[in-house]
Write a protein that binds this ligand. Structure first.
Ligand code: ZN
Length: 334
């Protein structure tokens, strides 16, 4: 059956059957990026967040890419916290989205005197603009100098205790297992798109069969010892290696990092699969956008459309990109 068109001869339009409805509500759906490093990006990148409809974000200041000295001293991390505290309000005023802070001690580089930092952290956690502790979490290997996993775990637990005292969530840096690449790069060149000097990674401190998952287990153990409810743990960098464990053996929230899919292999399809399997209640999406990585401030907005294309219901998309981070981090209240 063809429809009547005044075209010279039939075009596709003449043959099209009824079209599916357009999800126009997604065009203006507010969204929250609950893990990025937007204070390290360019002004134009932050403007892209605003142009794409970002409602709120959690800018994470916790090292270790931005601390020049190795090993790191407490004062180096403290400077990162202070830099973020210093610039946060101006960022909000420039771009109109809500910009809150996550402050933490990352374990990717050994810190010489972490106790000094942990002692200071309590006062920072009391600030209104600090909505999360992290990112932190045991990592299987460090940059330049190894850090004993027991010591790492103690530093993670101490932060979780502070988070618990202040009713704050903790953003976990869960290590990814990465993707199979077709071919490795020339020695000494490193990974293009990731500004990290190659050859300075230490021998792993976790050597089991699945060190990335073992790290997450150590983090959850630390949460238990700290008395921090699992619901207040947001496992950022959720992936195929840790989703089953986190979903089936814990009550943690899982945040899928989709701002550098080329590096870690996680994208909207993984989020859609997780929603299909477990429902949207404990799932979030973040970008982890940072100046040391090839990352995309439009990634979360794109993922909203991708989730729809992958068959996810608009109400579930809203739960995942807006309501869950809003409720867990206490954002977008006005
Ligand atoms: Zn990050």
């Amino acid at each position: 059956m063809t429809r009547d068109y005044p075209t010279a001869r039939p075009t596709d339009a003449s043959y099209l059957a009824d079209q599916p409805p357009l999800p126009t509500e997604l065009l203006n759906l507010p969204w929250i990026d609950c893990h990025n490093h937007a204070h390290t990006l360019s002004w134009e990148d932050r403007e892209r967040y605003a142009l794409a409809g970002c409602r709120s974000m959690v800018m994470v200041a916790s090292g270790y890419h931005w601390t020049p000295y190795k090993p790191v001293r407490a004062s180096d991390i403290r400077f990162l916290w202070d830099d973020a505290v210093n610039r946060r309000a101006a960022i909000e005023r420039n771009h109109f989205f809500e910009a809150k802070l996550g402050l933490g001690v990352h374990t990717g580089v050994r810190i010489e005197n972490p106790d000094e930092l942990l002692a200071a952290m309590d006062d920072y956690a009391a600030l209104d603009e600090v909505v999360a502790i992290g990112e932190t979490g045991v990592t299987p290997s460090q940059h330049v100098e190894r850090w004993d996993p027991d010591e790492q775990q103690a530093v993670v637990q101490a932060q979780m205790e502070i988070a618990n005292d202040h009713d704050l969530p903790v953003i976990l840096h869960t290590p990814n297992t990465g993707t199979e690449s077709k071919r490795s790069y020339r020695d000494g060149i490193g990974t293009p798109g990731y500004e990290k000097n190659p050859g300075m990674s230490t021998e792993p401190v976790l050597t089991g069969e699945n060190p990335a998952l073992e790290s997450v287990r150590l983090d959850i153990e630390a949460a238990h010892d700290a008395g921090l409810p699992e619901r207040r743990v947001v496992a950022s960098h959720a992936d195929g290696n840790n989703t089953t464990y986190l979903m089936e053996e814990t009550d943690c929230h899982l945040s899928y990092t989709i701002g550098h899919s080329w590096l870690v292999g996680v994208d909207a399809a993984d989020v859609a699969n997780a929603i299909d399997e477990y429902g949207p209640e404990r799932i979030m999406v973040d970008t982890d956008c940072a100046n040391v990585l090839r990352t995309d401030p439009f990634a979360l907005k794109r993922a909203i459309f991708e989730l729809y294309r992958y068959g996810i219901d608009p109400a579930d998309i809203r739960t995942v990109v807006y309501e869950n981070p809003r409720d867990v981090f206490g954002l977008a209240e006005e």
